[in-house]
Ligand binder design. Structure first.
Ligand SMILES: Cc1ncc(COP(=O)(O)O)c(C=O)c1O
Length: 361
């Protein structure tokens, strides 16, 4: 038996063990082809089937109709920070951004290189401790879109509801919470997510675009920068990240086996209740850093009474096989990234450790 630790890495992150085993089994001879999928052509029928299945699963799990294009691209979520304004802001136009964390701010900054950006809300002065109430988000009605980040990976905050933007297209960075909960995904004009948290390994980025929004993509863009060209070519305009897409397809099947997004959400809610429960049960020792009504179900952030105790917590946890707990370098503290592949049992083990650590401190 291989020893597996509990992996709280924020991304790349834990993958389901069942998926890793399938990858291992199929690695040398993919379904009787006598070669690995790593060595296969992206035009081969085996890969085309994977590409089509991953696309169909994404539609099925998110409840999307044929009016949504699902693209699998390289470049990471950070490339989309630039491609979105490039594709959708008309010359002289503007877009609106909700600033709730480091990645949301990066998206805003990239837009500002290319066009005018309007800040619709910012919690920067409050150390990004919260996401806004819907009534606090204000933007011009002629904005090309409103952009927000549904889950702030570093700060541990998450949107529970989304603004009704009327005619203004809603664009969402779901890198750290896609496929973790059931939502009405048809409210969004564009959703994007780097795969490396809930979907699979690093290397592929999912971009989902509704037809009516796709119709507004600017003409004359370099081919690789145009969402329309990628959609017209079923994400095969150039060589896609084949291996990452293959693993993502396996992860999507695994999620389907867990009862889809409703099943996944139930498990994720139980996990968060247990973990936040352990934090709130010892408020003089463990202090959650996000405002309670903005807390994330995916990234749970907390501080201990001193940095020395935090370092000790991380070191002792490591001895128990609990890894990846150091908060982001910009904020410090402790962060538990509890994406889909982290189990409820993993969290039980963690809260037992927290209790033991607190009593011994
Ligand atoms: C919410 C969010 N957006 C964007 C990014 C950047 O993604 P990438 O590294 O794929 O460019 C991250 C990375 O952690 C993230 O958490």
């Amino acid at each position: 038996m291989v020893k597996r630790n509990v992996n709280f890495n924020p991304g790349p992150a834990a993958l389901p063990l069942e998926v890793l085993k399938t990858v291992q089994e199929e690695l040398l001879d993919y379904q009787g082809t006598g070669m690995s999928i790593l060595e296969s052509s992206h035009r081969a029928k085996e890969f085309e089937a994977i590409n089509d299945q991953a696309n169909a699963l994404m539609h099925e799990l998110l409840g999307l109709g044929d009016n949504y294009h699902v693209l699998f691209l390289g470049g990471g979520a950070s490339t989309q920070f630039a491609l979105i304004p490039l594709n959708f802001i008309p010359d002289g136009g503007t877009a609106a951004y909700v600033d709730t964390g480091e990645f949301a701010a990066k998206a805003l900054k990239e837009c500002q290189i290319l066009a005018k950006a309007y800040v619709a809300f910012s919690s920067k002065e409050e150390k990004y401790r919260r996401v806004p109430k819907m009534s606090e988000i204000r933007y011009p009605q002629d904005a090309a879109y409103l952009h927000l980040c549904s889950n702030n990976t570093i700060e541990g905050t998450q949107f529970r509801e989304f603004p009704d933007t009327g005619k203004v297209p809603l664009v969402v960075d779901m890198t750290s919470d896609i496929v973790s909960r059931k939502l009405d995904f048809t409210r969004f004009s564009l959703i994007y997510a780097g795969a490396q948290k809930n979907l699979g390994p690093a290397g592929v980025t999912v971009v989902i675009i509704r037809d009516d929004f796709m119709a507004t993509v600017k003409k004359g863009l370099p081919s690789m920068f145009s969402y329309k060209i990628h959609a017209d070519n079923k994400s095969l305009y150039n060589t896609p990240p084949v291996f990452a897409i293959y693993i993502m397809k396996l992860v999507l099947e695994w999620i389907k086996g867990k009862g889809g997004l409703a099943g996944m959400e139930k498990i994720n809610r139980d996990k968060q209740d247990l973990l936040y429960g352990a934090i709130d049960a010892a408020p003089d020792f463990y202090k959650g850093t996000a405002d309670k009504d903005s807390r994330s179900m995916m990234n749970v952030t907390m501080r201990l009474p001193s940095e020395e105790l935090e370092a000790k917590f991380i070191a002792e946890a490591r001895k128990e096989g609990l890894l990846g707990l150091k908060g982001h370098r910009s904020v410090g503290g402790i962060r538990f990234s509890i994406y889909n592949a982290v189990s409820l049992d993993d969290i039980r083990k963690t809260v037992d450790f927290m209790e033991k650590f607190r009593k011994a401190a």
